[in-house]
Write a protein that binds this ligand. Structure first.
Ligand SMILES: NC(=O)c1ccc[n+]([C@@H]2O[C@H](COP(=O)([O-])OP(=O)(O)OC[C@H]3O[C@@H](n4cnc5c(N)ncnc54)[C@H](O)[C@@H]3O)[C@@H](O)[C@H]2O)c1
Length: 336
């Protein structure tokens, strides 16, 4: 993939109650096809009638994570290939991060790659998952192990979708917003000054886009900042099957209790209070013994004795620390 292709991704905010920009984009595409998350389709069916009326091929994807597998991928590819897609076909994917991971892989594979755009419908997808072109499905060996990079042309963000999103999914998205508030003083200020959620979403999405464009091939040291809270967060997510963003915010909290900077507790409290999350996260359910297994799985895969962990020195300033895994485990054991 060329650098140019990686830079084509645009962000567009769709104003509340208006989808005209998206609709005109769809009408400007000669050959649109659609993948829509099943729950989103059920909840917003009336807004999708134009798809049926125009007879555009539309694949209703099993809801959320249940679509990210080979079976679903095969069915979906067969469905579109039967509908005679061409290199000019443009795929619109409407759903959360699971649907955009899946739909992006479909776009990547059909005819060796067609263009695609995303309309993220969860908070986590609006601020993070729909941006950056990492697309994947999962199999029994693990999550997101089969995938590629395929940058969407446009990400249309319409916060109106959040009105129907379950509370646990909203909290998960807020977990990623906490991450961005630590990475960017601008986002931190917006959050603690109770800026409008649409503005916060757009700034988080813009920051992710900028970070990816500055380091498209993950060869520099800047894209790694997106992993803040993820090493411990992923282990928590796997060990306790909790939502991704929720696990990331716990990961940030635990990491900085092990490697604190002076104002961490105050900053964390300010951010969480402002976005309506608990400012004293309950981590009492996390037991080191259970977590260790999942940290060890990563250790085996990487065959490494140490790992690079991103931490914060002050709001808007991150650093990468190379930490011996045994030392990390000892510190986690003391805390958990
Ligand atoms: N590619 C990336 O860079 C990246 C980054 C982070 C996470 N991810 C992936 O994102 C996925 C998680 O995505 P997610 O948190 O957006 O969840 P999701 O896509 O799994 O959706 C969660 C649930 O919300 C429902 N839903 C979606 N929109 C809705 C709406 N507007 N109203 C009501 N219900 C709605 C879905 O049907 C599903 O049941 C994971 O698979 C993760 O691997 C990818």
């Amino acid at each position: 993939m060329s650098l140019k292709q990686l830079k084509t991704n645009q962000l567009k905010m769709i104003e509340r109650g208006s989808s005209s920009e998206l609709e005109s984009s769809i009408h400007n595409v000669s050959d649109p096809i659609f993948i829509i998350d099943a729950n989103v389709y059920r909840l917003y069916q009336s807004s999708f009638t134009f798809i049926n009326e125009a007879n555009f091929p539309c694949w209703i994807s099993p809801a959320g994570e249940t679509t990210k597998n080979f079976k679903s991928l095969e069915k979906c590819l067969n469905y579109f290939l039967k509908h005679n897609v061409t290199r000019n076909t443009h795929l619109f994917v409407i759903g959360g991060g699971a649907t955009s991971d899946f739909g992006g892989l479909v776009a990547h594979l059909i005819l060796r790659g067609i263009s695609w755009s995303v309309i993220p419908t969860t908070l986590l997808a609006m601020v993070d998952a729909s941006i950056g072109g990492k697309v994947a499905i999962s199999n029994r060996s693990g999550k997101n192990l089969i995938g590629s990079f395929h940058m969407p042309q446009t990400v249309y963000i319409n916060p109106t979708y959040l009105e129907t999103l379950p509370e646990a999914e909203i909290s998960s998205g807020k977990g990623e917003i906490i991450k961005y508030a630590f990475l960017s003083k601008k986002i931190y200020d917006l959050v603690i000054n109770n800026a409008n959620m649409s503005e916060i979403i757009f700034e988080c999405a813009s920051l992710k886009k900028a970070i990816i464009e500055a380091d498209p091939f993950e060869t520099k040291n800047s894209r790694i900042q997106l992993n803040l809270g993820h090493t411990i967060g992923h282990a928590i997510e796997k060990a306790y099957s909790i939502h991704h963003g929720t696990a990331v915010s716990l990961g940030i909290w635990i990491l900085h209790n092990i490697f604190p900077y002076q104002n961490f507790a105050t900053d964390y409290q300010k951010i969480c209070t402002a976005i309506g999350m608990s400012n004293e996260p309950d981590y009492s359910f996390i037991k080191f013994k259970r977590l260790k297994k999942y940290l060890e799985i990563d250790k085996k895969r990487d065959s490494k004795e140490s790992i690079n962990i991103v931490s914060i020195d002050e709001i808007g300033k991150f650093q990468t620390k190379n930490i011996n895994l045994c030392d990390l485990e000892t510190k986690l054991q003391e805390l958990l």
